[in-house]
Design a protein around this ligand. Structure first.
Ligand code: ADE
Length: 245
């Protein structure tokens, strides 16, 4: 089975609707795990809610209770790299917690007892997601003035919504390679690492993590987030090899 996670309902409404009547629901630890078939692939869909603790708890339960061969996280993010624009898609190759700092006991960003700062996504899943995102965007952007781009690179996760210039400037200086900020990805990637399950993270850029981030985020979430997630993940599910029985 494939695990599909998102933080907010708006990020996954279309896929949930598509699973529709075939789905059964298991409620565990205040989360609904929707088990069903999407585009021929057995899937479990769940909403993590917002933040690292919520995402880690949902992922741990998912991996403990369901036979999941890989996890894909989908949602929106604030673009922090100068080249990342609203409407672009970021596919994470590594994830790090930008607000983790246990110095002087451990190095900055290092996850205590794991001896690492970054968690990598799985190369083949990431490659396939990027390909599907390119394919979706070329259909979506047809006739639009500005064509969104697909970017692959580091994602920074933390327990805060970044929506002011001071924080944005600091994050850019501290993590010059990071493409976007969000609030769950590194937690999901860490739990997947601990369970030995491959993962991939897909983020659509809803805002630029600046002073207008809150307004842009809300509008994007209502109008486009679900369309992007569904458009890319439908292609992804169809391209995955059929499940082995
Ligand atoms: N998710 C979407 N936009 C975000 C932002 N600006 N900061 C953190 N998480 C986000």
């Amino acid at each position: 089975m494939l695990g599909i996670l998102a933080a907010l309902p708006e990020e996954i409404t279309e896929l949930l609707a598509e699973m529709g009547p075939t789905a059964t629901v298991r409620r565990l630890g205040m989360r609904d795990y929707h088990v069903g078939v999407l585009r021929g692939q057995p899937c479990v869909l769940a909403l993590t809610r917002i933040g690292k603790v919520a995402a880690a708890a949902t992922t741990a339960m998912l991996l403990h209770e369901f036979r999941v061969r890989a996890v894909v996280f989908t949602g929106v993010a604030g673009g922090i790299h100068e080249q990342v624009q609203v409407g672009d898609v970021v596919i994470g190759d590594t994830l790090l917690q930008h607000d983790l700092d246990a110095r002087p006991l451990f190095a900055r960003y290092e996850v205590p007892m794991l001896g690492r700062t970054h968690f990598s996504t799985e190369a083949a899943l990431t490659e396939l997601l990027a390909h599907c995102a390119e394919d979706f965007l070329s259909a979506y952007a047809h006739g639009r003035a500005v064509a969104p781009a697909v970017r692959r690179g580091p994602i920074a996760t933390g327990d805060c919504f970044v929506g002011d210039l001071a924080t944005l400037t600091r994050l850019r200086a501290e993590l010059p390679d990071a493409l976007c900020v969000e609030m769950e990805g590194a937690a999901v990637a860490q739990v997947c690492h601990e369970f030995g399950v491959p993962c991939a993270v897909l983020r659509t850029v809803s805002d630029r993590a600046d002073n207008s981030a809150t307004v842009d985020f809300r509008r994007f979430l209502q109008e486009v987030a679900s369309v992007y997630s569904a458009g890319i993940l439908r292609r992804f599910l169809q391209a995955l090899p059929p499940p082995a029985n």
